[in-house]
Structure formats: C-alpha cells, structure tokens
Design a protein around this ligand. Structure first.
Ligand code: KG4
Ligand code: ZN
Length: 338
C-alpha cells in the first residue's frame, strides 16, 4: 500500500497554519497566530489577510522541515476553501493552487467545519476516534453547531447558532468586563475561583437544537451597567463570581441542547471541537455526563481543537483515499455549508 503525504493549509480566520501528514499520522503542524488583532478587540479582516500573506511561505517551509520530508514526496495539497473570511481564505487558496500546479500534484478542497469534526481521526496514542454515528459539538469563535456524523463525508446539521457563536459570547462578555481579547480563556480562569450561582442570567428560549447568544450578551451588558452605576467598583469586587456565573450559564445552554440531541437521536457518543472545547466548564460537564448519563465523550488534544492545518490534512487524507480531488478552477467560499 502506498504511503500518502498530504501538505495542508489553513487560513480561514486569523491563524496561518500548515501541516504535513503521513497517512493519518501528523508529522508537523505549524501555527502562526496573529497577535496584531489583540489591540483591536477582535479580528480585523484586512489585517488578517495581510498577515497570512506574510506568514504563509515561512510557515510552509517550517512545516516541511519539521516533517523532515522533501516537497517532491508530497502526494497532494489540501486547503481550507471555506467557510471563513474571504480575504484570508483567498491567500491559502491561491497559495495551495500555485503549489499543486508547481509540484504537479492533485489539489483537495476542504470544508473547515468538516475538518473540526474529522480532527478526531488524526492518529493519537491516547485516544481512539469515535465510531459512527456520533454527535459532534463544534464550538469556537466563529461557529456553534450540533452535527450528526454518519460517516466521514455524511454529516447532518441538527442545530446551530442563529446569531453569535459561543466563543463570541465569551469574548463579548469579557469585553464588557474590560478584559482583553480573546477573553474566553480569561473568563475560564477567573470562573475557577468564583461562585457560579452568584448572579443569574436569563437563558434564551430557542427552538429545537438551535442556539442564540446575542440576548445573553445584552443582558450581561445591562446587568453590568446597572450594577456599576450603583458601585463603580462592582466588576473588580466581583470579577470571579461574574465570570463563574457567565460561564455556568453558557455551559448550561450547551449541555441542555446536547442532552436534547442525545435524546432525539439515541446516540450518546459526543465529540467536541473548536477553541471553546478548551473551556474547563464544558470539559467537566462532559465528564459528569459520562458518569451520570453513560455518554462516551471525545475531546481532542487542544492542538487539534483550535484552528490548525492538521485537521485540514486529515480530511485531505480521507478525500485522497476516496479520489475526491478538485481542479484549478476552484475558488474560495466564505459561506460554505457542511
Ligand atoms: O477555534 P478557535 O481558535 O478559532 C475560531 O474561532 O475558529 O476558537 C477561538 C475561540 C475564542 O472565542 C476564544 O475566546 C475561545 O475560543 N476560547 C475559550 C477558551 N479557550 C479559547 N472560551 C472559553 N474558555 C476557554 N478556555
Ligand atoms: Zn474554526
């Protein structure tokens, strides 16, 4: 059986990443995160595409060097076609096309959301991938989806956010509290020492398995405005309790929809992905569900949770095996459904 070497490129948002895979084993996964956005409190699309432009060649060179293979050994180039920021996607797409053309090897287009889910199939020592069918919960700064995964390329969205992504809910709440971007990890950190029942925030009423987080953000804003009008030091004096209460509310929203999904599908294998999977609240809630409800949960190594090219590479590998290639006419797609 031939060995397949995939070079994969991810540039959908603010991380420039290139990975090299040997079959389903990752040889390298280089990520250049863009610090430039921190001072703006969010990703600035124009700056993101410029930074991708600067990073993409050095990151590729480093990924090949770390994998210790020559580019002439590559079997195919995989790249993120979408969804994402158009200017960012264009950099990776153009670069992938040029590389495939220059090396005269096939090109494979990858859906970023599919990649977050299939990241579980990157070979690791400590964990076997979930068996089909399973439920995937993809939670990040850009996405919030519950997906029924029947097979590698047979996925069905059961529910998704109607407005903000869950990572945005964390980041925007953090911004209201005066914390720097991205605030999700900071909320997590302060929440660890706070009382989750100190303050109560309303849970949105959203039908089926869909989510909505913009109302929560607004109610947090009004609550903080009201409290600081009475006590200018309210945030400083209660930061840990506020963070714990916000996190508790968000995790409750996610878990109640997950429970609903398990009930309606009868599937209790749950795989999570996306940057918010790092959150200690969701991790312990899933552990509780294992113990109390008999679920089996899958949490990938953090390296594969956030945006990275390794996950693009694993999709590339499975597409290569099933001959799913694309031609040079392909273009990036900012909105790209599963
Ligand atoms: O997957 P990711 O790196 O990029 C995309 O958005 O696609 O996810 C980043 C998001 C940010 O919103 C960040 O605040 C959130 O993940 N995040 C967290 C934690 N770590 C990262 N949110 C809550 N708790 C965390 N520990
Ligand atoms: Zn992502």
């Amino acid at each position: 059986k031939e060995t397949i070497y995939i070079l994969a490129i991810e540039s959908s948002c603010d991380d420039t990443s290139v990975a090299v895979l040997q079959n389903d084993t990752m040889l390298s996964n280089v990520v250049a995160s863009q610090k430039i956005h921190e001072e703006y409190g969010g990703v600035v699309p124009e700056l993101a595409s410029r930074a991708h432009q600067q990073n993409i060649v050095p990151v590729t060179t480093q990924a090949l060097a770390r994998a210790n293979i020559d580019k002439k050994q590559l079997s195919a180039i995989a790249f993120t076609r979408g969804p994402g920021l158009m200017g960012s996607l264009l950099v990776g797409t153009s670069f992938a096309k040029s590389l495939a053309l220059a090396l005269d090897i096939p090109l494979i287009e990858v859906n970023h959301m599919q990649a977050h889910i299939l990241a579980h199939f990157i070979k690791t020592e400590n964990m076997a991938p979930p068996a089909f069918p399973f439920i995937a919960l993809t939670i990040s700064g850009g996405h919030t989806q519950i997906v029924k995964v029947n097979d590698y390329f047979e996925m069905e969205i059961l529910g998704q956010t109607l407005d903000d992504a869950v990572g945005e809910a964390f980041d925007k709440s953090a911004k209201i509290l005066g914390l720097p971007y991205p605030g999700g990890p900071l909320i997590d950190k302060y929440a660890a020492k706070g009382n989750p029942n100190a303050f109560e925030f309303p849970k949105p009423k959203v039908k089926d398995l869909n989510f909505s987080f913009s109302g929560l953000k607004t109610s947090i804003l009004y609550f903080i405005q009201k409290q600081t009008a009475q006590n200018p030091n309210f945030i400083q004096e209660n930061l840990e309790d506020i963070c714990a209460s916000i996190q508790y509310t968000i995790i409750n929203i996610l878990m109640s929809k997950l429970k609903k999904a398990v009930k309606s599908t009868g599937i209790n294998r749950i795989a999570i992905g996306g940057g918010v999977s790092a959150n200690s609240g969701i991790r312990s809630a899933l552990k509780d569900a294992e113990n109390e409800l008999g679920w089996t949960t899958y949490i990938p190594n953090f390296e594969f949770c956030t945006d990275n090219a390794g996950m693009i590479g694993i999709v590339g590998y499975y597409k290569f095996k099933s001959n799913q290639f694309t031609g040079q006419e392909i273009s990036a797609k900012a909105r790209y459904n599963l």
